[in-house]
Write a protein that binds this ligand. Structure first.
Ligand code: UDP
Length: 237
């Protein structure tokens, strides 16, 4: 199913799909990293959990009408996707304050954002993924002003859909990061992954953190909380 390795990131490998031009195989790794790669560990089974979780979320988003790169889950750790050229912007949507925004703007954790806040970060490890504004995004990526507007509208719509999904499984979607890619046709679609690596997910009843913050902060068992997210998603997908 796989051919040449095109790219290896912190959490996934990207191969060309064998005999299927224009399609890629994403292979989820067991590695976890935080603080721009400064903290690292391997968790046996994490790749399977994130592949299962992200595949389910992308299927749900597809059912809601969101265009994505996702084609199908191939096996425990791999999925087939449309090849895109990733737009080097990390689009973060925040419904309440947590993580980097609290220190940067002096906000208390839990400050509610209604409407949600969108932040753009330039996807560049060497620069530490800096926060940028729209004008910077137009210089640093090949998107047009209208496409940037479209990306932000899509991000808010995805937030709306994900909030509904997570609410039904008793989880608050605090914030998340998404990436978009350009298909050969020129269309921009949701790409990359959506998983507890890329979202902040808090149990509504107990406020327990069910995401990568347990690893970042060393406060819990990463595999146990990722398993819990998958178990709840299995109830609805
Ligand atoms: N995030 C991500 N990859 C990154 C940076 C952030 O997936 O390289 C996610 C993170 O999990 C959280 C949201 O984006 O759900 C906002 O992250 P924040 O800016 O607060 O950064 P952090 O505190 O994670 O460094």
């Amino acid at each position: 199913m796989k051919a040449d390795l095109l790219y290896e990131g912190k959490a996934k490998r990207v191969h060309e799909a064998k005999d299927q031009p224009g399609k890629l195989v994403l292979s989820y790794k067991n590695d976890a990293t935080a603080f721009n790669g400064k903290k690292k560990a391997t968790f046996s089974g994490k790749g399977r959990l994130n592949n299962e979780i992200s595949s389910r979320i992308f299927r749900l988003l597809h059912d809601y009408g969101t265009e994505t790169h996702f084609i199908k889950q191939l096996n425990e750790t791999e999925q087939l996707v449309q090849q895109t050229e990733i737009i080097p912007l990390e689009v973060v949507v925040r419904n309440q304050a947590s993580g980097s925004i609290t220190g940067r703007l002096g906000l208390d954790e839990n400050t509610q954002f209604n409407p949600p806040i969108i932040e753009l970060f330039y996807k560049n490890d060497e620069l530490g993924d800096p926060l940028i504004n729209d004008d910077h995004a137009l210089v640093l990526s090949d998107v047009t002003g209208n496409e940037l507007k479209e990306i932000k509208e899509k991000a808010l719509e995805i937030n709306h859909q994900l909030q509904k999904v997570f609410q039904t499984i008793n989880i608050t979607l605090v914030d998340f990061k998404i990436e978009f890619g350009r298909l050969a046709s020129g269309c921009i679609v949701l790409a990359d992954e959506i998983s507890p690596d890329t979202c902040r997910l808090w149990d509504i009843t107990t406020q327990e953190k069910l995401d990568k913050d347990v690893f970042r902060q060393g406060t819990g068992d990463l595999l146990a909380v990722y398993r819990e997210i998958l178990k709840r998603l299995e109830e609805i997908s």
